[in-house]
Design a protein around this ligand. Sequence first.
Ligand code: PHE
Length: 359
Amino acid sequence: MREGDPTRLFDEGLARVEGEYEAAFAAALDEPALRAAAARYIGPNGELTQLLRQVGSLPAESRRAYGARANTLRQRVEHAFEQALAQLRERERRRALDVAPVDPTLPGRWPRPGRLHPTRRALLDVVDVFTSMGFDVADGPEVDRAEYNFDRLGFPPDHPATDMHDSFFVRGGEADRLMLRTHTSTIQVREMMRRRPPLAVVAPGVVYRRDDDATHSPMFFQIEGFLVDRDVSMADLRGVLTVFGERLFGAGTPLRLRPSYFPFVEPGAEADLGCTFCRPWEQPAGARPDCRVCKGSGWLEILGCGMIHPVVFENVGIDPETWTGFAFGMGIDRIAMLRHGIPSIRMLFDNDPRLLGSL
Ligand code: PHE
Protein backbone atom coordinates (compact mmCIF):
# COMPACT_ATOMS: atom_id res chain seq x y z
CA MET A 1 0.00 0.00 0.00
CA ARG A 2 1.21 3.45 -0.81
CA GLU A 3 1.87 6.20 1.68
CA GLY A 4 -1.26 8.39 1.85
CA ASP A 5 -3.49 5.51 0.89
CA PRO A 6 -6.91 6.45 2.39
CA THR A 7 -7.47 3.01 3.95
CA ARG A 8 -4.05 3.13 5.51
CA LEU A 9 -4.70 6.57 7.02
CA PHE A 10 -8.03 5.22 8.23
CA ASP A 11 -6.31 2.26 9.83
CA GLU A 12 -3.84 4.50 11.58
CA GLY A 13 -6.60 6.77 12.82
CA LEU A 14 -8.59 3.89 14.28
CA ALA A 15 -5.47 2.43 15.87
CA ARG A 16 -4.61 5.77 17.49
CA VAL A 17 -8.06 6.22 19.00
CA GLU A 18 -8.13 2.65 20.14
CA GLY A 19 -4.73 2.95 21.77
CA GLU A 20 -5.45 6.20 23.58
CA TYR A 21 -8.99 6.53 24.81
CA GLU A 22 -8.89 4.27 27.87
CA ALA A 23 -5.83 5.97 29.32
CA ALA A 24 -7.29 9.40 28.53
CA PHE A 25 -10.52 8.61 30.38
CA ALA A 26 -8.67 7.14 33.34
CA ALA A 27 -6.55 10.28 33.62
CA ALA A 28 -9.58 12.59 33.85
CA LEU A 29 -10.01 13.64 37.49
CA ASP A 30 -13.37 15.33 37.20
CA GLU A 31 -16.37 15.47 34.93
CA PRO A 32 -15.33 18.45 32.81
CA ALA A 33 -11.96 16.82 32.14
CA LEU A 34 -13.65 13.54 31.22
CA ARG A 35 -16.09 15.26 28.87
CA ALA A 36 -13.22 17.11 27.21
CA ALA A 37 -11.37 13.82 26.72
CA ALA A 38 -14.45 12.16 25.23
CA ALA A 39 -14.99 15.12 22.89
CA ARG A 40 -11.51 14.58 21.48
CA TYR A 41 -12.72 11.23 20.05
CA ILE A 42 -16.49 11.27 19.73
CA GLY A 43 -17.40 14.95 19.91
CA PRO A 44 -18.68 16.79 16.78
CA ASN A 45 -15.06 17.39 15.72
CA GLY A 46 -13.64 14.31 17.42
CA GLU A 47 -11.11 12.15 15.70
CA LEU A 48 -13.40 9.16 15.45
CA THR A 49 -16.35 11.29 14.27
CA GLN A 50 -14.19 12.62 11.45
CA LEU A 51 -13.10 9.12 10.48
CA LEU A 52 -16.73 8.03 10.30
CA ARG A 53 -17.46 10.95 8.00
CA GLN A 54 -14.68 9.79 5.69
CA VAL A 55 -16.03 6.24 5.30
CA GLY A 56 -17.91 7.36 2.19
CA SER A 57 -14.71 8.39 0.46
CA LEU A 58 -12.99 5.02 0.94
CA PRO A 59 -12.75 2.56 -1.98
CA ALA A 60 -16.17 0.92 -2.41
CA GLU A 61 -14.95 -2.56 -1.50
CA SER A 62 -13.56 -1.46 1.89
CA ARG A 63 -16.40 0.81 3.05
CA ARG A 64 -18.56 -1.77 4.74
CA ALA A 65 -15.72 -3.33 6.75
CA TYR A 66 -14.19 0.02 7.82
CA GLY A 67 -17.58 1.48 8.59
CA ALA A 68 -18.34 -1.48 10.82
CA ARG A 69 -14.97 -1.25 12.61
CA ALA A 70 -15.29 2.47 13.20
CA ASN A 71 -18.86 2.09 14.51
CA THR A 72 -17.86 -0.71 16.86
CA LEU A 73 -15.01 1.41 18.16
CA ARG A 74 -17.33 4.32 18.67
CA GLN A 75 -19.67 2.17 20.72
CA ARG A 76 -16.75 0.99 22.83
CA VAL A 77 -15.56 4.56 23.38
CA GLU A 78 -19.07 5.69 24.28
CA HIS A 79 -19.47 2.80 26.65
CA ALA A 80 -16.10 3.51 28.28
CA PHE A 81 -17.07 7.15 28.64
CA GLU A 82 -20.37 6.26 30.35
CA GLN A 83 -18.56 3.93 32.71
CA ALA A 84 -15.86 6.44 33.57
CA LEU A 85 -18.54 9.07 34.15
CA ALA A 86 -20.47 6.76 36.48
CA GLN A 87 -17.27 6.03 38.40
CA LEU A 88 -16.41 9.68 38.78
CA ARG A 89 -19.89 10.47 40.08
CA GLU A 90 -19.75 7.60 42.51
CA ARG A 91 -16.40 8.84 43.78
CA GLU A 92 -17.83 12.36 44.22
CA ARG A 93 -20.79 10.99 46.12
CA ARG A 94 -18.59 9.03 48.50
CA ARG A 95 -16.41 12.05 49.14
CA ALA A 96 -19.48 14.11 49.99
CA LEU A 97 -20.71 11.40 52.37
CA ASP A 98 -17.35 11.18 54.10
CA VAL A 99 -17.52 14.82 55.18
CA ALA A 100 -18.69 15.21 58.80
CA PRO A 101 -22.44 15.49 58.77
CA VAL A 102 -24.05 18.82 59.52
CA ASP A 103 -26.09 18.77 62.71
CA PRO A 104 -28.48 21.71 62.52
CA THR A 105 -29.52 21.23 66.15
CA LEU A 106 -26.06 22.16 67.49
CA PRO A 107 -25.71 25.63 68.97
CA GLY A 108 -24.05 28.10 66.62
CA ARG A 109 -20.39 28.95 66.91
CA TRP A 110 -19.29 32.54 67.21
CA PRO A 111 -15.91 34.13 67.69
CA ARG A 112 -15.30 34.90 71.35
CA PRO A 113 -15.11 38.64 71.64
CA GLY A 114 -11.85 39.75 73.24
CA ARG A 115 -11.75 42.43 75.87
CA LEU A 116 -9.38 44.36 78.04
CA HIS A 117 -7.50 42.62 80.82
CA PRO A 118 -8.79 43.51 84.32
CA THR A 119 -5.47 45.18 85.14
CA ARG A 120 -5.70 47.31 82.00
CA ARG A 121 -9.29 48.23 82.81
CA ALA A 122 -8.28 49.23 86.36
CA LEU A 123 -5.39 51.26 84.93
CA LEU A 124 -7.63 53.12 82.48
CA ASP A 125 -10.25 53.80 85.15
CA VAL A 126 -7.67 55.08 87.63
CA VAL A 127 -6.09 57.32 84.99
CA ASP A 128 -9.56 58.56 84.11
CA VAL A 129 -10.26 59.65 87.69
CA PHE A 130 -7.05 61.68 87.81
CA THR A 131 -7.31 63.23 84.34
CA SER A 132 -10.82 64.36 85.26
CA MET A 133 -9.20 66.27 88.13
CA GLY A 134 -6.78 67.94 85.71
CA PHE A 135 -3.75 65.66 85.91
CA ASP A 136 -1.64 65.09 82.78
CA VAL A 137 -0.52 61.59 81.81
CA ALA A 138 3.20 60.92 81.37
CA ASP A 139 5.22 57.89 80.39
CA GLY A 140 8.78 56.74 80.91
CA PRO A 141 11.12 53.86 80.09
CA GLU A 142 10.96 50.55 81.96
CA VAL A 143 14.74 50.29 81.77
CA ASP A 144 16.04 53.45 83.37
CA ARG A 145 19.04 54.95 85.09
CA ALA A 146 19.55 54.11 88.76
CA GLU A 147 20.08 57.86 89.02
CA TYR A 148 16.36 58.44 88.34
CA ASN A 149 15.17 55.38 90.21
CA PHE A 150 17.23 56.05 93.37
CA ASP A 151 19.82 58.82 93.54
CA ARG A 152 17.83 61.94 92.65
CA LEU A 153 14.96 60.68 94.83
CA GLY A 154 17.30 60.91 97.79
CA PHE A 155 17.97 57.23 98.39
CA PRO A 156 21.25 56.97 100.28
CA PRO A 157 23.78 54.83 98.36
CA ASP A 158 23.53 52.02 100.90
CA HIS A 159 19.72 51.88 101.04
CA PRO A 160 18.61 48.22 101.00
CA ALA A 161 16.38 48.82 97.94
CA THR A 162 19.47 49.70 95.90
CA ASP A 163 20.86 46.23 96.57
CA MET A 164 21.25 43.63 93.82
CA HIS A 165 19.11 41.51 96.06
CA ASP A 166 16.04 43.71 95.62
CA SER A 167 16.42 45.20 92.15
CA PHE A 168 17.19 43.97 88.65
CA PHE A 169 20.28 45.71 87.35
CA VAL A 170 20.86 45.54 83.61
CA ARG A 171 24.30 47.13 83.63
CA GLY A 172 26.58 48.04 86.51
CA GLY A 173 29.35 50.62 86.42
CA GLU A 174 29.33 53.76 88.50
CA ALA A 175 28.73 56.18 85.62
CA ASP A 176 25.59 54.69 84.07
CA ARG A 177 23.92 52.09 86.22
CA LEU A 178 20.91 50.84 84.24
CA MET A 179 18.10 48.88 85.82
CA LEU A 180 14.50 47.76 85.48
CA ARG A 181 12.72 50.52 87.37
CA THR A 182 11.46 49.37 90.77
CA HIS A 183 8.76 52.05 90.91
CA THR A 184 7.18 54.70 88.72
CA SER A 185 8.72 57.45 90.88
CA THR A 186 11.35 57.68 88.10
CA ILE A 187 8.73 59.71 86.22
CA GLN A 188 8.54 62.27 89.01
CA VAL A 189 12.22 62.91 88.44
CA ARG A 190 12.00 62.87 84.65
CA GLU A 191 8.95 65.14 84.42
CA MET A 192 10.21 67.60 87.04
CA MET A 193 13.52 67.87 85.17
CA ARG A 194 11.73 68.32 81.85
CA ARG A 195 8.94 70.72 82.81
CA ARG A 196 8.41 73.65 85.14
CA PRO A 197 5.77 73.85 87.89
CA PRO A 198 2.88 74.09 88.43
CA LEU A 199 2.57 70.41 87.55
CA ALA A 200 -0.04 67.71 88.06
CA VAL A 201 0.92 64.40 86.49
CA VAL A 202 0.01 60.72 86.69
CA ALA A 203 2.22 58.04 85.16
CA PRO A 204 1.08 54.43 84.94
CA GLY A 205 3.46 51.64 84.00
CA VAL A 206 5.14 48.35 84.71
CA VAL A 207 7.74 48.04 87.47
CA TYR A 208 10.04 45.20 88.53
CA ARG A 209 11.22 43.88 91.87
CA ARG A 210 12.82 40.72 93.13
CA ASP A 211 9.66 39.71 94.90
CA ASP A 212 7.54 36.64 94.30
CA ASP A 213 4.67 35.31 96.42
CA ALA A 214 0.85 35.26 96.46
CA THR A 215 0.57 39.03 96.72
CA HIS A 216 3.86 40.01 95.03
CA SER A 217 4.91 39.44 91.45
CA PRO A 218 8.38 40.34 90.09
CA MET A 219 6.55 42.43 87.51
CA PHE A 220 3.53 44.51 88.38
CA PHE A 221 1.76 47.75 87.52
CA GLN A 222 1.97 51.00 89.39
CA ILE A 223 0.66 54.46 88.88
CA GLU A 224 2.58 57.45 90.11
CA GLY A 225 0.89 60.75 90.77
CA PHE A 226 2.32 64.05 91.85
CA LEU A 227 1.36 67.68 92.04
CA VAL A 228 3.69 70.66 92.39
CA ASP A 229 2.40 74.16 93.06
CA ARG A 230 2.64 76.96 95.64
CA ASP A 231 1.29 76.20 99.11
CA VAL A 232 0.37 72.58 98.52
CA SER A 233 -0.44 70.80 101.77
CA MET A 234 -1.16 67.34 103.05
CA ALA A 235 -4.83 68.33 103.02
CA ASP A 236 -4.69 68.63 99.22
CA LEU A 237 -3.20 65.15 99.03
CA ARG A 238 -5.90 63.83 101.28
CA GLY A 239 -8.61 65.49 99.23
CA VAL A 240 -7.36 64.13 95.92
CA LEU A 241 -7.00 60.61 97.31
CA THR A 242 -10.46 60.75 98.87
CA VAL A 243 -12.01 61.68 95.53
CA PHE A 244 -10.08 58.81 93.98
CA GLY A 245 -11.34 56.28 96.55
CA GLU A 246 -14.95 57.39 96.22
CA ARG A 247 -14.89 57.44 92.43
CA LEU A 248 -13.48 53.93 92.23
CA PHE A 249 -15.19 52.23 95.16
CA GLY A 250 -18.30 54.28 95.81
CA ALA A 251 -19.35 57.40 97.70
CA GLY A 252 -18.51 57.38 101.39
CA THR A 253 -15.45 55.10 101.02
CA PRO A 254 -13.22 56.36 103.83
CA LEU A 255 -9.50 57.09 103.54
CA ARG A 256 -6.92 57.16 106.30
CA LEU A 257 -3.28 58.16 106.30
CA ARG A 258 -0.72 56.41 108.50
CA PRO A 259 2.78 57.78 109.01
CA SER A 260 5.36 55.90 106.98
CA TYR A 261 8.79 56.40 105.47
CA PHE A 262 9.98 56.83 101.89
CA PRO A 263 13.26 58.67 101.24
CA PHE A 264 11.67 61.06 98.74
CA VAL A 265 8.77 62.39 100.84
CA GLU A 266 8.50 64.22 104.15
CA PRO A 267 6.18 63.66 105.86
CA GLY A 268 5.51 60.26 104.35
CA ALA A 269 2.41 58.17 104.75
CA GLU A 270 0.67 55.04 103.73
CA ALA A 271 -2.95 55.43 102.64
CA ASP A 272 -5.64 52.90 103.50
CA LEU A 273 -9.13 52.70 102.05
CA GLY A 274 -11.99 51.31 104.07
CA CYS A 275 -12.25 47.61 103.20
CA THR A 276 -14.07 47.47 99.89
CA PHE A 277 -15.36 43.98 100.72
CA CYS A 278 -16.98 44.16 104.15
CA ARG A 279 -17.54 47.96 103.77
CA PRO A 280 -17.61 48.61 107.53
CA TRP A 281 -18.82 52.22 107.07
CA GLU A 282 -22.06 50.81 105.67
CA GLN A 283 -22.57 48.22 108.46
CA PRO A 284 -24.13 49.05 111.82
CA ALA A 285 -21.63 46.79 113.58
CA GLY A 286 -18.57 48.06 111.64
CA ALA A 287 -15.86 45.79 110.29
CA ARG A 288 -16.59 42.08 110.00
CA PRO A 289 -14.05 40.10 112.01
CA ASP A 290 -14.31 37.22 109.53
CA CYS A 291 -13.59 39.34 106.40
CA ARG A 292 -10.88 37.41 104.56
CA VAL A 293 -9.71 40.50 102.68
CA CYS A 294 -9.07 43.00 105.52
CA LYS A 295 -8.81 40.24 108.16
CA GLY A 296 -11.26 42.14 110.31
CA SER A 297 -9.28 45.39 110.43
CA GLY A 298 -11.74 47.24 108.21
CA TRP A 299 -8.88 48.85 106.21
CA LEU A 300 -6.87 48.02 103.09
CA GLU A 301 -3.48 49.51 102.34
CA ILE A 302 -3.46 50.86 98.80
CA LEU A 303 -0.59 53.26 98.31
CA GLY A 304 2.43 55.15 99.58
CA CYS A 305 2.42 58.94 99.53
CA GLY A 306 3.70 62.11 101.12
CA MET A 307 4.93 65.64 100.58
CA ILE A 308 7.76 65.82 98.04
CA HIS A 309 11.05 66.15 99.92
CA PRO A 310 12.92 69.44 99.45
CA VAL A 311 16.02 67.45 98.55
CA VAL A 312 14.18 65.94 95.58
CA PHE A 313 13.22 69.43 94.39
CA GLU A 314 16.84 70.49 94.67
CA ASN A 315 17.97 67.41 92.77
CA VAL A 316 15.71 68.24 89.81
CA GLY A 317 16.37 71.98 89.81
CA ILE A 318 13.13 73.24 91.36
CA ASP A 319 13.36 75.81 94.15
CA PRO A 320 11.99 74.23 97.35
CA GLU A 321 11.52 77.69 98.89
CA THR A 322 8.90 78.50 96.25
CA TRP A 323 7.39 75.18 95.38
CA THR A 324 5.68 72.48 97.35
CA GLY A 325 4.00 69.28 96.28
CA PHE A 326 2.68 65.86 97.07
CA ALA A 327 3.29 62.48 95.46
CA PHE A 328 1.78 59.05 95.67
CA GLY A 329 2.42 55.62 94.16
CA MET A 330 -0.17 52.89 93.95
CA GLY A 331 -0.26 49.27 92.77
CA ILE A 332 -2.76 48.88 89.95
CA ASP A 333 -2.90 45.08 90.07
CA ARG A 334 -3.97 45.45 93.68
CA ILE A 335 -6.86 47.70 92.63
CA ALA A 336 -7.93 45.09 90.03
CA MET A 337 -7.71 42.36 92.69
CA LEU A 338 -9.84 44.37 95.11
CA ARG A 339 -12.44 45.17 92.50
CA HIS A 340 -12.92 41.55 91.50
CA GLY A 341 -12.06 39.75 94.72
CA ILE A 342 -9.05 38.00 93.18
CA PRO A 343 -7.00 36.44 96.01
CA SER A 344 -3.66 36.01 94.20
CA ILE A 345 -1.82 38.42 91.92
CA ARG A 346 -0.61 35.40 89.91
CA MET A 347 -4.12 34.79 88.68
CA LEU A 348 -3.92 38.08 86.83
CA PHE A 349 -0.90 36.86 84.87
CA ASP A 350 -1.95 33.21 84.32
CA ASN A 351 -4.28 34.32 81.52
CA ASP A 352 -6.79 31.61 82.23
CA PRO A 353 -9.81 32.49 80.05
CA ARG A 354 -12.15 30.91 82.62
CA LEU A 355 -11.13 33.60 85.09
CA LEU A 356 -10.57 36.52 82.71
CA GLY A 357 -13.78 35.78 80.84
CA SER A 358 -15.79 35.94 84.05
CA LEU A 359 -14.60 39.37 85.20
N1 PHE B 1 7.47 54.71 94.98
C1 PHE B 1 6.92 54.18 96.18
C2 PHE B 1 6.84 52.66 96.06
O1 PHE B 1 7.02 52.15 95.03
C3 PHE B 1 5.53 54.70 96.43
C4 PHE B 1 5.49 56.16 96.67
C5 PHE B 1 5.36 57.05 95.62
C6 PHE B 1 5.62 56.66 97.97
C7 PHE B 1 5.30 58.41 95.85
C8 PHE B 1 5.56 58.00 98.20
C9 PHE B 1 5.40 58.87 97.17
O2 PHE B 1 6.62 51.99 97.03
